[in-house]
Design a binder for this molecule. Structure first.
Ligand code: GTP
Length: 964
C-alpha cells in the first residue's frame, strides 16, 4: 500500500518538503510533491533516517546526483513580480530533476513541480531587481557588508545555473552537471538561509511579518506561503547551515522582507485540482503604478492628443470618486455647448424631457381643431377640464370630459375663461375649390384676352331666339316645342377680330332662376325689348338681374321692322328704369334691330365688341379649367350630356371634373355644332360626356387631379344635400303654421307630385312655378323628381302615395305604361310649362273646400203662436219679403237681437205642407228644437250656397285673418 508523502508528513508533524528531503537523504527517490507516494518499506527507511539523525544527511544529499533542487530555505525575499527570464531559467533547470523519475510520470512531475521553479526564481529575482532602489537600500541597511559585488554575484551565479540547463539532453554529462548544479543550488540555498537567519536576527523579519502558509500541510508553495527560514528550522537545516558556514561565502542577493500585502485568502474548492501556480491578486495600487499596459496606454494617449484626456469607461483614469464626479460635471456642459458633438437623438430626448417636466402653461390664446371634446379644449387652453365643465354647467349645459363640443359652446367657454380661441377646421375642399375661382388663383400668371360672354335676356316672345338664330345663321326657334326656349344653350359668333359667346336664356318668368344663373357667367347683357310691346314685367326682372350681376346692359330694340313703332315711348320706359339711352345723354346703348330681317345686328355686334374691349377681359388659359354647367340632360345613347361653359383655363378630354354632386372623367367633348373637339379654352361653350349623373344646372365645375378626390367631394355634397332635405323635412312639423293648424284641427291637403323631365332645368322651372301656389289649406308635395322617362319605380311610387306623375318632355317606357294601366295611375304628359302650371292650379283648387255662403231668401214676422201637445209651439207668420222655403234655416231675432239659428221643421199653409211661401202670404212655421218662439219675433230665412274657391282668393283672407 502506497503512503502519500503529505500523509506521512502530517503523521510525523513535518512539512512535506522536509519529509521529501529526508527521503532523498535516505536514498529514496521521491518526487518533489506532497502527493508523491512511497512504499511502507521506504517509509521505514525514512523513519530510520529521521531517527538516525542528521549526520548522514549531507552525505546523502551529496550522493543524490539527480535529486531535484530542494526549495530554497530562504523564502523571505521580496516577491513582487514574476519575470519571464526567471521562468525560462526555471524551465531550463527542470530536466535536471527528471532523470530518476519514471517516464510515464515525467509530465505529471513537470506539471506538479512548480515549486522547483520557485527557488530558481527566487534566486533569479535579484537579477531583475538588483538595481532597484529598494533592494539596494535594504542591502545597504543590512549589517552585512553587502556591496555592489555581492549584489551582482547572483547574476553570475544564475548564469552558471543556466549553463547546465542549456544542455539537458546530454545524459552522460547529466550526473556531473547535476552534481555541479546541485552543489551550486545547495550553496545558493545555504546562502539564502544564512541571509535570512541574519535578517531575522537583525530584525529584518519581525514575528508579525510571518505568514503561515495555509497550504503548508498540502505541500504547496507560493510566495505568500514561503515560510521564513530561521523561525522554524529542522535539524537538518541547522546542520546544513553549519556546514554551509564552513563553505566560502558567495555573493548573495539582497532580498528584502516581503511587504505587508492584505490578501484575501482564496477559498479552496473541494473538487478543484490543486493550484499549481502561485495566486497573487493584483491590488489597485499595483495596477495603478505597475501595470505596464495602462502606463503604456496613458503615454500613447498623451502623445496622441497632446493633453491627458481620460477615456470614457476607464477606471484607471478615475483616481477617486471625486475625480469621477468632476469628470461627469465636465462632460455635461460640453454636451450642451457643443451641439455638433452630441448625438441627435440624445439631444432631442433631453429637450423633450425638459419640456414635459415644465409647469403647465395657462395661455391666453389657444388653437383647437375640430372635432373637439371637452378634453381637447382643456388641453388646448391649458385649463382644467373641470373648469370647462363647470363653466358650461352654469349655462345649463351638462357635459362630460369626452363629450363633443360645438364651436359655439367652445367659443362661449373661451370667452368666459378669457381665452382667445381659434378653431381650426379640417381641410375644406370646398374652400379650396372656391379659391380656384378667385382672381388671386391666377395672380402672377400670364393672362390672355378671352371672348366675352353675352347673355340675351328679355320678355317672352320679344325675339331673343330669333335674334341669336339670325346671328348663327341657323334655325333654332323652329325646333322648339311651343315656340318657347326651354333650355339654356350657348353659341359662339365671330365678328371682326372678336369672338362672342352668346348664352340664350328662356324669357319666361318660370325660368327666372336659370336666367339669373346665366347672368352669373355673363360679361354683357343684351336686353331684347320688342318695340311693339315695350318694357314688360319680365323685362324689369331682367334689368334687375343684370344690375345685380354688375354687367353692362345693351338694349336691343327689336322688331323694328314692324310698322307703327313708337321707339321714343320705349326709350322713355327704359329711362324710367334707370337705363337712360345714350342718345338721350345716358350710358345705355340702345340698338334698333330686327331679328327677322337682321337689321341692326352688325351694329349690335360692334357695340358688343367695343364694350368688351372696354372691359379688358383677360384670363389664364394655362390652368385647370373652371366654369359653369349651363344645362344637362341624359341622352339615351351617350349618357349624361352636360352643357358647360369654360370660364378660366382650358378643358380637355380626359380631365377629371367635379360638377355639383356629379363627377367623372370627360370621355368626349363637342362644340355647339356637335363637332367633337379635344380642348376648350376660356369662354367656350361645350357639351361633354362622362359625368356619372346629371349635374345641377348652374353649378360650377372644377378640374381635379384625382378621380378619387372628385368622388369624395361629390359624395359629400350628395350627403349634405340629403341631410339638408331630411333636416328640412324634420323641421316642417315644427313651423308655427303647422302648430296653429293642429290647434285649429285643420288639415292641410297635399297634392303629391312626381316630376319627370328631360333636364334639371325643366324640373327646376316646374318646381319654381308650383311653389308659388301658396295656400293654407292645400299645397304641393314633390315626393320625387328626376331626369329621364317615367319608369316602373315612378309608377309604383305613385300608386303607393297617390301622387300625380308629371312627365315633361318625356314619356313612360312600355313596362311603366303597362303598370300604370294596371294600377290606375295617370301619367300626364306635357311639353309646355303653361299647361303644367294650369293643371296644378286646377288640381289644388279642386282640393280646396268650397266656400259656403249664407243667402237670405225672405223675412217673416210672428203674428201669433199656437201650442200643440203633439208638435209643440207653432208660429203663425206673415212673409214680409222674399220667400220662405222648406229647406231654409232661420235666424230668430227678438228685439233686434239674434236669439239663435234653427232649421225649419215644418212649413204649412192651411194644414198643408208646402215647399215655399211667398211674400205677403201667411203660413205656419215650426222650428226644430225651439219652442220658445213669441209673437213679434223676426224670422230671417236663408239657405247655404257652396262656391268653388280660387287659389288667389284665399291669401287675401289669410292676410286679413293675420291682421285680426
Ligand atoms: N316682326 C318680327 N317678328 C319677330 C322678330 N323677332 C322675333 N319675332 C317673332 O317673335 C316670335 C317670338 O320669337 P322668339 O325668338 O321665339 O322669341 P323669344 O324671346 O326667344 O321667346 P321665348 O323663347 O319664349 O323666350 C316669333 O314668332 C318670331 O317670329 C322681329 O325682329 N320682327
Amino acid at each position: 500500500m502506497k503512503i502519500r508523502i503529505f500523509a506521512l508528513a502530517k503523521e510525523l508533524g513535518l512539512d512535506s518538503k522536509e519529509l521529501i528531503e529526508h527521503a532523498n537523504a535516505a536514498g529514496i527517490s521521491v518526487k518533489n510533491s506532497a502527493l508523491a507516494s512511497i512504499s511502507p518499506e521506504e517509509k521505514d527507511i525514512i523513519l530510520e533516517q529521521l531517527k538516525s539523525g542528521s549526520s548522514s544527511t549531507a552525505t546523502a544529499v551529496a550522493d543524490e546526483p539527480a535529486a531535484p533542487a530542494p526549495p530554497p530555505p530562504d523564502r523571505s525575499g521580496k516577491v513582487r513580480k514574476l519575470d519571464q527570464p526567471a521562468k525560462r531559467a526555471a524551465a531550463k533547470a527542470e530536466p535536471i530533476q527528471e532523470e530518476p523519475a519514471p517516464e510515464e510520470e515525467a509530465p505529471q512531475q513537470a506539471a506538479e513541480e512548480p515549486e522547483v521553479e520557485q527557488p530558481v526564481e527566487q534566486t533569479a529575482e535579484p537579477v531583475a531587481e538588483a538595481d532597484t532602489e529598494t533592494v539596494v537600500t535594504e542591502d545597504a541597511e543590512a549589517d552585512t557588508p553587502a556591496t555592489a559585488e555581492e549584489v551582482e554575484s547572483p547574476v553570475a551565479e544564475t548564469a552558471e545555473v543556466e549553463v547546465p540547463a542549456a544542455e539537458p539532453t546530454a545524459e552522460s554529462k547529466a550526473p556531473k552537471a547535476a552534481d555541479d548544479n546541485a552543489d551550486k543550488v545547495e550553496e545558493t540555498k545555504a546562502e539564502s538561509a544564512k541571509e535570512k537567519l541574519k535578517q531575522s536576527g537583525s530584525g529584518g523579519l519581525s514575528p508579525d511579518e510571518y505568514v503561515p502558509s495555509p497550504h503548508a500541510s498540502r505541500g504547496k508553495s507560493s510566495p505568500r506561503e514561503m515560510r521564513p527560514v530561521g523561525t522554524v528550522q529542522s535539524n537538518e537545516q541547522r546542520a546544513r547551515g553549519e556546514r554551509e558556514k564552513k563553505r566560502p561565502q558567495l555573493a548573495r542577493p539582497a532580498v528584502a522582507a516581503p511587504p505587508k500585502v492584505p490578501v484575501s485568502k482564496p477559498k479552496p474548492k473541494a473538487d478543484e485540482a490543486p493550484a499549481q501556480k502561485p495566486e497573487m491578486p493584483l491590488t489597485p495600487e499595483m495596477l495603478d503604478r505597475q501595470s505596464p499596459l495602462s502606463a503604456h496606454m496613458a503615454q500613447r494617449t498623451a502623445e496622441k492628443d497632446g493633453v491627458k484626456r481620460p477615456r470614457r469607461g476607464s477606471t484607471r483614469m478615475i483616481d477617486s470618486p471625486d475625480d469621477a464626479q468632476k469628470q461627469k460635471r465636465s462632460r455635461r456642459p460640453r454636451r450642451g455647448r457643443d451641439d455638433d458633438d452630441v448625438p441627435y437623438g440624445s439631444r432631442r430626448r433631453t429637450l423633450t424631457r425638459r419640456k414635459r417636466t415644465g409647469p403647465v402653461e395657462y395661455s391666453d390664446a389657444a388653437v383647437v381643431e375640430l372635432p373637439m371634446t371637452v378634453r381637447t379644449l382643456s388641453e388646448a387652453m391649458g385649463r382644467p377640464a373641470n373648469q370647462i365643465i363647470g363653466t358650461l354647467m352654469k349655462q345649463g349645459v351638462m357635459v362630460r370630459i369626452n363629450d363633443a363640443l360645438t364651436e359655439e359652446l367652445a367659443l362661449e367657454v373661451a370667452m368666459e375663461l378669457g381665452v382667445e380661441l381659434e378653431i381650426k377646421r379640417e381641410r375644406d375642399l370646398e374652400d379650396e375649390l372656391a379659391a380656384m375661382l378667385s382672381d388671386e388663383y391666377d395672380e402672377g400668371a400670364e393672362l390672355e384676352p378671352r371672348p366675352c360672354i353675352v347673355t340675351i335676356l328679355g320678355h317672352v316672345d320679344h325675339g331673343k331666339t330669333t335674334m341669336v338664330d339670325k346671328l348663327r345663321s341657323a334655325s333654332v326657334a323652329a325646333g322648339e316645342a311651343g315656340g318657347i326656349t326651354q333650355h339654356i344653350a350657348a353659341y359662339q359668333v365671330d365678328h371682326g377680330d372678336h369672338r362672342i359667346t352668346f348664352v340664350d336664356t328662356p324669357g319666361h318668368a318660370a325660368f327666372g332662376e336659370m336666367r339669373a344663373r346665366g347672368a352669373n357667367v355673363t360679361d354683357i347683357v343684351v336686353l331684347v325689348v320688342a318695340a311693339d310691346d315695350g318694357v314688360m314685367p319680365q323685362t324689369e326682372e331682367c334689368i334687375s338681374h343684370a344690375k345685380a350681376a354688375g354687367v353692362p346692359i345693351i338694349v336691343a330694340l327689336n322688331k323694328m321692322d314692324l310698322e307703327g313703332i313708337d321707339d321714343q315711348k320705349i326709350l322713355q320706359q327704359l329711362a324710367t328704369r334707370e337705363l337712360l339711352p345714350s342718345e338721350w345723354g345716358g350710358d345705355t346703348e340702345v340698338i334698333r334691330t330686327s331679328g327677322e330681317t337682321g337689321a341692326g345686328l352688325d351694329e349690335l355686334l360692334d357695340t358688343i365688341n367695343i364694350t368688351s374691349e372696354l372691359q379688358e377681359l383677360q384670363t389664364n388659359p394655362d390652368r385647370d379649367a373652371v366654369g359653369v354647367c349651363l344645362e344637362a340632360f341624359r341622352d339615351e345613347g351617350r349618357g349624361v350630356i352636360s352643357w358647360l361653359i369654360v370660364q378660366k383655363g382650358t378643358l380637355e378630354v380626359g380631365d377629371v371634373i367635379l360638377c355639383g354632386s356629379a363627377h367623372g372623367r370627360i370621355r368626349s367633348m363637342f362644340d355647339e355644332h356637335d363637332n367633337e373637339i379635344e380642348a376648350a379654352g376660356p369662354s367656350t361653350p361645350v357639351k361633354v360626356t362622362g359625368l356619372d349623373k346629371v349635374p345641377e344646372t348652374g353649378s360650377h365645375f372644377f378640374v381635379l387631379d384625382e378621380i378619387e378626390e372628385a368622388r369624395e367631394v361629390a359624395e359629400k355634397r350628395g350627403h349634405t344635400g340629403r341631410s339638408a332635405y331630411l333636416a328640412a323635412t324634420a323641421r316642417r312639423p315644427q313651423t308655427l303654421e303647422d302648430i296653429l293648424d293642429q290647434a285649429r284641427g285643420a288639415t292641410v291637403k297635399n297634392l303629391p307630385l312626381i316630376i319627370k323631365a328631360d333636364s334639371p332645368g325643366s324640373i327646376e322651372a316646374i318646381r319654381g312655378e308650383i311653389e308659388k301656389f301658396e295656400h293654407p289649406e292645400v299645397r304641393t308635395a314633390v315626393i320625387h323628381s328626376g331626369v329621364g322617362g317615367v319608369n316602373e319605380s315612378d309608377v309604383s311610387l305613385s300608386a303607393a302615395s297617390g301622387a300625380v306623375i308629371l312627365a315633361f318632355h318625356v314619356i313612360a317606357d312600355d313596362r311603366a305604361a303597362l303598370l300604370a294601366d294596371r294600377e290606375g295611375v295617370e301619367i300626364r304628359r306635357y311639353s309646355i310649362i303653361y299647361e303644367v302650371i294650369n293643371d296644378i292650379r286646377d288640381a289644388l283648387e279642386g282640393l280646396l273646400d268650397p266656400e259656403r255662403r249664407e243667402v237670405q231668401t225672405g223675412r217673416a214676422i210672428v203674428l201669433q203662436t199656437f201650442k200643440t201637445s203633439r208638435f209643440g209651439m207653432i208660429a203663425g207668420c206673415r212673409v214680409l219679403s222674399g220667400k220662405v222655403e222648406r229647406n231654409n234655416r232661420v235666424h230668430v231675432i227678438r228685439q233686434q237681437t239674434l236669439v239663435n239659428t234653427y232649421p225649419l221643421a215644418s212649413l204649412r199653409r192651411e194644414k198643408d205642407d208646402v215647399k215655399e211661401v211667398r211674400e205677403g202670404m201667411e203660413c205656419g212655421i215650426r222650428l226644430d228644437g225651439f219652442n220658445d218662439i213669441k209673437e213679434g219675433d223676426l224670422l230671417e230665412a236663408f239657405k247655404i250656397e257652396e262656391h268653388k274657391r280660387k287659389l288667389e282668393d284665399v291669401p287675401k283672407k289669410t292676410e286679413e285673418d293675420a291682421e285680426v
